[in-house]
Design a protein. Sequence first.
Length: 141
Amino acid sequence: MEHIEHIGIAVKSLAKSIPLFETLLNTTCYKTELVESEQVNTAFFQTGESKIELLESMKEDGVIAKFIEKKGEGIHHIAFNVTDIRAEMKRLQAAGFILLNEEPKKGADNKWVCFLHPKGTNGVLVELCMDNSSVTAKGDL
């Protein structure tokens, strides 16, 4: 793993949270994006080498909505940048970690992603991220 790519924060409302984080971080939101596969709207902020990702559920019964209902708004996951997501998935699975998806999937911010089950990571949802631009021209992983 190369570095912390971003920290994901579950929020009830991007409309309310974006101005709050713009003031807090003293920077503007550089991108918002709808991620259909996860049923979330996202907003990104650059902070040094890392990013903050705000996550708002698109559905009342979505994963983020359920997280907020159970734990309240706050840190949802930590994401690490990797150079080869398939190799990292294989390494971690061999070490006994539970992958939440068998194959990398397209995530926000032009990334391929895979999540690790929090039961095996001391209660922390961990996301592996690899730049989509790292993939061959055919788009194959």
